[in-house]
Design a protein around this ligand. Sequence first.
Ligand SMILES: [Zn+2]
Length: 111
Amino acid sequence: MSDSDECVQCSNQVEDVYHIFGFCPAAYKFWEEINIMSNFPDFFFLNFYDWMLAHIKSDVMIKGRRWSLLFVILLDNLWRNKNDVIFNNMHLSAKEIILRALNQVKITSVN
Ligand SMILES: [Zn+2]
């Protein structure tokens, strides 16, 4: 474990919530993979509080899942992935992380 505030995934930024969940190249690649900008063009332009609120209150469906639920599961998987890199030397691709999250959220039927 390090006392540094540098990101362990890219080594050149201060690791804060914006960085971990949005602007770290590892996170950015992840959001690009899920094509987040097509549904949420302002995804990278809100402050953290508004960003969280906008997504947990969203009623959008993405990949057959309710986005509000998928969003928090994706954040959880991003956090777990960061910890796996640090503590388990495990490196999953963005596609693998997204697939894991999709498997954790049941497809919601739309009536
Ligand atoms: Zn980083």
